[in-house]
Design a protein around this ligand. Structure first.
Ligand code: PLP
Length: 413
């Protein structure tokens, strides 16, 4: 039996109009392919990592020394953030969609005792973890967090800032304040919000750990670097209690970014192999975000999301999300139940929209790095076409007129 050598793999171009990965910026792709062959202790690579660390602190509005990035995707950063949660630790986790659901599963895995792992190895149920289920399509409010933390007084509290599964923004201010009031160390999944929303870590002192990803708001490539940031309180907890990880221990990971013994040092020291091309791409994505500015980006997302939402609503869809980078919707009643079919038809044509990944089935259309009139118009036209293909009546003239009027009056895109 021989295995054939396949033809060279070709991957076709798509319009990435989903919750993520977003459209990697052309500048980032150029930086990725331009990087020279260099090892992980070469001078430019080490300098690039230090510069990334400083740019990331500025972008994320924080003085946290332990602000750096973890090789991989969002879950790599999140796993690093959850590293300090030890078996038996008390946790309250708020779940309002697919991603915070997986975060809560991770917290169960970290907090479970050996007996709890044995009882259910792939999905341990740690008695010390309380999950507050918030209905899909609604947000976690400050009142919910206050009530749960007052009742349970946990060591750790967890919430997603922006829950990409249902497209909902959760109350970060209320979460941070409640953590401070009740002495919980807050942990935030900021995978979807970094680079899209204007916010500063240091305005939320109740949050001890933050984790994001490369390929959503930052317009970088997956498997480059997932940003993380930790307060000294978090690092102290880690220092005194340890973690069951070498790779994803924030103290070890930080060393390669020139953070040793809680101090910035001139040069990183070996933790694991890093890649010149990943560092180069990440560096460019941070330069891009800082040059454009978060305020401007956040404004552009608000503007274009509002237009897209209005056009979809005019087609008879019902939007249930409030994120500015993603629209989550129900199809009109006549097409209800055909969401998967519609999404698959679109994807087969290179129009990369998504369904929800957990019940109920809804359609998700994202606009990461797609912030101009031309591409939003294209998304609206493609979606209207897909609805018509399933038998819906969508008057393109009306929709075009709506786009013209919105872009004519409110946006200079
Ligand atoms: C995308 C996403 C994740 C997972 O990130 P990966 O990059 O796929 O590992 C986790 N949490 C939220 C809120 C997300 O949007």
């Amino acid at each position: 039996m021989t295995v054939q050598i396949y033809p060279q793999l070709e991957i076709s171009e798509t319009l990435a109009a989903g919750p993520g990965p977003g459209n990697t910026d052309a500048r980032v792709l150029a930086a990725f392919s331009r990087a020279g062959m260099a090892d992980h202790m070469q001078g430019d690579v080490l300098r690039g990592m230090i510069e990334c660390k400083h740019m990331l602190r500025r972008l994320w509005g924080t003085q946290n020394t332990h602000t750096f990035a973890v090789a991989g995707t969002g879950w790599s950063g999140l796993d690093t953030m959850f590293a300090a949660v030890m078996p038996g630790d008390t946790v309250v986790a708020f779940v309002n969609g697919t991603f915070s659901g997986i975060d809560a599963q991770t917290l169960h895995i970290k907090a479970a005792t050996a007996q709890e792992h044995e009882a259910n190895p792939l999905n341990p149920q740690a008695a010390s973890v309380v999950v507050i289920d918030v209905p899909h399509g609604t947000s976690v409010t400050g009142e919910m967090v206050e009530a749960a933390l007052a009742e349970h007084k946990p060591k750790w509290a967890f919430m997603a800032h922006w829950e990409t599964g249902s497209g909902r923004i959760n109350d970060l201010r209320g979460f941070s304040d409640a953590c401070e009031r009740h002495g919980a160390m807050g942990l935030i999944d900021a995978v979807s919000s970094l680079g899209v929303e204007e916010f500063a870590i240091d305005d939320f002192p109740g949050v001890a750990g933050w984790a994001s990803c490369p390929q959503k708001g930052l317009c970088c490539l997956p498997l480059t670097y997932a940003p993380v940031s930790f307060t000294d309180t978090y690092i102290d907890a880690l220092k005194t209690r340890g973690a069951y990880s070498y790779v994803h221990n924030p103290i070890f990971e930080a060393r390669h970014w020139g953070i040793v013994d809680g101090q910035d040092v001139e040069k990183g020291t070996y933790h694991r192999t890093h890649s010149a091309y990943a560092v180069s791409a990440f560096h460019e994505s941070l330069r891009l975000a800082l040059q454009e500015g978060l305020a401007k980006r956040a404004r552009l997302y608000r503007t274009h999301e509002a237009v897209l939402r209005e056009a979809l609503t005019a087609m008879g869809c019902k939007v249930t999300s409030n994120m500015t980078s993603l629209v989550v919707l129900n199809l009109p009643p006549a097409l209800a139940g055909r969401e998967m079919e519609l999404v698959q038809n679109c994807r087969a044509q290179g129009f990369g929209i998504w369904p929800t990944l957990s019940a109920p089935v809804q359609v998700r259309i994202g606009i990461l790095n797609l912030l101009d009139r031309g591409v939003i118009t294209k998304i609206v036209r493609l979606f209207a076409e897909a609805m018509r293909d399933l038998g819906a009546e969508v008057d393109q003239g009306n929709i075009d007129a709506l786009l013209d009027s919105r872009y004519g009056t409110c946006v200079a895109a």
